[in-house]
Design a binder for this molecule. Structure first.
Ligand SMILES: [Zn+2]
Length: 253
């Protein structure tokens, strides 16, 4: 099952994608059901070896005709992107810690890890699964704002998009007339069998909520809030309820 991480219409520090760009993801502020989707002890091993700015140049020596491979490592590019990912990870860990004790964490994978995420460059911003050797894909230009990376990592921790909550119809209405048929699946509700009711309610301010014009074909709203004054689609960081949901999902008190 694929879902798309539409760019929100809210603040997106450092840039982001427009809602009409397809951002592949296979994910879930609505908690996915079952212990199997939780990372053991809340720890997410990651492999980010593909996030580099390095390239190789092969030249032949003019006299000997022997190939020489120059590997030109670009420490600044490499470091900048990894720094962005690390900053997003650290922010999640800080925000969800309870009494200075980490609730969830991210660490480099070891050879012993069977379940881990692989972070790589690609097209769009996506998170492909929450267990197993799955990919988090971040397009070089557009997916490296802290809030966007955090959004993908919250998928990794086990959460669907907020507007797909089984009870969403009480809080938002979806204007299918403004959505291309090929994109309507991004607005499908999850079932109560797929999601856990954490008892914390619908959260308009979730980092995992789409913006009001996500996947709009004409610039008109695709999601309309039913509560006057509610705003949706922020990508600044975790909402207070996002934090509570993550803590509850991972049993952190
Ligand atoms: Zn998403």
């Amino acid at each position: 099952m694929l879902h798309n991480c539409a760019r929100s219409t809210g603040p997106a520090p450092g840039g982001g994608f427009e809602g009409d760009i397809i951002l592949q993801t296979d994910f879930r502020g609505v908690a996915n059901i079952g212990q199997a989707t939780r990372w053991t002890s809340g720890q997410v091993p990651y492999d980010w070896s593909a996030v580099t700015g390095s390239y190789h140049t092969q030249l032949k020596h003019p006299k000997t005709n022997i190939s020489i491979i120059y590997c030109c490592f670009h420490p600044f590019i490499d470091k900048k992107d990894r720094d962005s990912i690390k900053a997003a990870m650290d922010q999640i860990v800080r925000d969800t810690s309870v009494n200075n004790k980490a609730c969830v964490g991210f660490r480099p994978k070891t050879a012993a890890d069977k379940n881990f995420i692989t972070i790589r460059y690609g097209t769009g911003c996506s998170a492909a699964n929450w267990s197993g050797s799955k990919f988090v894909t971040l397009q070089k230009n557009g997916c490296f704002s802290k809030g966007t990376i955090m959004h993908e990592l919250i998928h990794v921790l086990g959460f669907w998009h907020e507007h797909t909550s089984p009870d969403r119809d009480a809080y938002v209405s979806i204007n299918y007339g403004n959505i291309a048929a090929s994109n309507t699946h991004n607005f499908n509700k999850r079932t109560t069998g797929q999601t856990e009711n954490l008892g914390l309610g619908y959260d308009y301010s979730s980092l995992m909520h789409y913006g009001s014009t996500a996947f709009s074909t004409n610039g008109k709203p695709t999601i309309v809030v039913k509560k006057a004054g509610a705003t949706i689609g922020q990508r600044g960081g975790l909402s207070a309820t996002d934090v509570k949901k993550i803590r509850k999902y991972y049993g952190c008190k």
